[in-house]
Design a protein around this ligand. Structure first.
Ligand SMILES: CC(C)[C@H](C(=O)O)[C@@H](O)C(=O)O
Ligand code: SF4
Length: 426
């Protein structure tokens, strides 16, 4: 019997199997941000175990609320900063160099096929786009990870989603994943790794694959994964060129992290995307999805383009293509947060920032920003936001506020008209 990618990664990292079904794996990466890591640091200090297993495998960023907005967030940042310095952790990204964790860590080349990755953040599944097993964990697991470089998991089964057909013009990875979540339901992939397969995934850029994997958790998935291929190698090439004689050699090495043809799946879902429409959520759960034409005309107050789901350069390009030469409707305000400084600079160089500013958007520094309602961009009671983020839970962007999740193209079109709008109709 063949093995899935997840099974192969589990086998290769297995340290212990304390009881059946629970596997202790060695970790290649422990990623940290300022919201969840300070709690783990405080506990390690209290227990007299203020150590790190490997300073080069721990990557640290301040991203959720940055620059700090008040004493509490300044203290969280301070705890993380002092800890990173104390342990001489080289890869620490502070104000001016920081960006959204799930965008900046892949961009720096830290994630490779076959890796095990944890973080105290639910969207850690994003990194599965590289053919890694990447999962969000709680404080206790994070602490053990930091101290010992291991984490225990119940071995998840894999659920395979085959994306077939051809993607219509104006339909993007975000629409696909919203559709998939609508099909699976918010618990449809609980304790499962969602394997995204098929010609549509093969044609996708790494950015688009990250958008897919990012939202695996919204269907309950432990992680999302894509198979490493030449697109993965090309993306990583600047970081791995000293390791391999050629791209083909890298591809051959990484090919060991592809599921076998005869691997067994808990469930296989086939989706033909050929007649898919742009998608948008309604209500307060990410599986409540409708097509944009069905929701067209719904009034919004704010537009937010950014986050670990859709704050990458491709996303900004997609939005700018719609916005170019147009302006934000008087009834709404638009906010865009490029996910990393590199993305911000690329967007500047390409004239995309100019397009956003000419349209009347507020351009913020790279940060999670409005996504989780802890920083700027909070909604007032009863307000509605058209957002490229990944969660529409009640009150997430502000008490009494509502969020409709959508692609950057739909968000840009919505900014122009002030109501949910199909970008293809503009
Ligand atoms: C702050 C953090 C723990 C949280 C998460 O884990 O998802 C945040 O990133 C979010 O998106 O709500
Ligand atoms: S951008 Fe949003 S979803 Fe992503 S890590 Fe930040 S707060 Fe969480």
């Amino acid at each position: 019997m063949g093995k899935t990618l997840a099974e192969k990664i589990f086998d290769a990292h297995l340290k212990d199997e304390p009881f059946e079904g629970t596997k202790v794996l060695s970790l290649d990466r422990v990623l940290c941000h300022e919201i969840t890591t300070p709690v783990a640091i405080a506990d390690l200090e209290w227990r007299g175990k203020d150590r790190v297993f490997d300073k080069d495998k721990i990557k640290v960023v301040i991203d959720h609320v940055t620059p700090a907005k008040d004493s509490k967030t300044a203290t969280q940042a301070l705890i993380l900063r002092e800890w990173a310095r104390r342990h001489d952790i080289p890869d620490f990204f502070d104000v001016g160099r920081n960006g959204v964790c799930h965008a900046i860590f892949p961009e720096k080349g830290y994630i490779r096929p076959g890796f095990t990755v944890i973080m105290g953040d639910s969207h850690t599944c994003t990194h599965g786009a590289f053919g890694a097993f990447a999962a969000g964990v709680g404080t206790t697991d994070l602490e053990v990870g930091i101290l010992k470089g291991v984490c225990s998991f119940r071995e998840p089964k894999s659920l395979r989603v085959n994306l077939n057909g051809s993607l219509p013009q104006g339909v993007f990875a975000k629409d696909v994943i919203l559709y998939v979540i609508g099909q699976l339901g918010v618990n449809g992939a609980t304790d499962r790794v969602i394997e995204f397969r098929g010609p549509i995934v093969d044609q996708m850029s790494m950015e688009a694959r990250m958008t897919l994997c990012n939202m695996a958790i919204e269907a309950g998935g432990t992680s999302g994964v894509c198979m490493p291929d030449m697109t993965t190698v090309e993306y990583l090439w600047p970081f791995i060129q000293d390791e391999f004689a050629s791209k083909e050699a890298a591809l051959e090495e990484y090919s060991k992290w592809i599921s076998d043809d005869d691997a067994s799946y808990d469930k296989v879902v086939d989706i033909d995307v050929s007649s898919m429409e742009p998608m948008v959520t309604f209500d307060y759960k990410p599986d409540c999805v409708k097509t944009v034409p069905e929701m067209a005309g719904t009034k919004v107050d704010q537009i937010y383009i950014g986050s670990c789901t859709n704050g990458r350069i491709e996303d900004l390009r997609e939005a700018a293509a719609v916005l170019k030469g147009k302006t934000v409707a008087d009834s709404v305000r638009g906010i865009v947060s490029p996910a990393t400084p590199k993305i911000f600079q690329e967007a500047l160089a390409e004239g995309i920032i100019q397009v956003f500013m000419d349209a009347g958007f507020c351009v913020t520094n790279p940060t999670c920003g409005a996504c989780l309602g802890m920083s700027n961009g909070v909604l007032a009671e009863g307000e509605v936001c058209a957002s490229t983020t990944n969660r529409n839970f009640s009150g997430r962007m502000g008490k009494g506020g509502m969020v409709h999740l959508m692609s950057p193209a739909t968000a840009a079109a919505t900014a122009i008209t002030g109501v949910i709008t199909d970008a293809r109709t503009l």
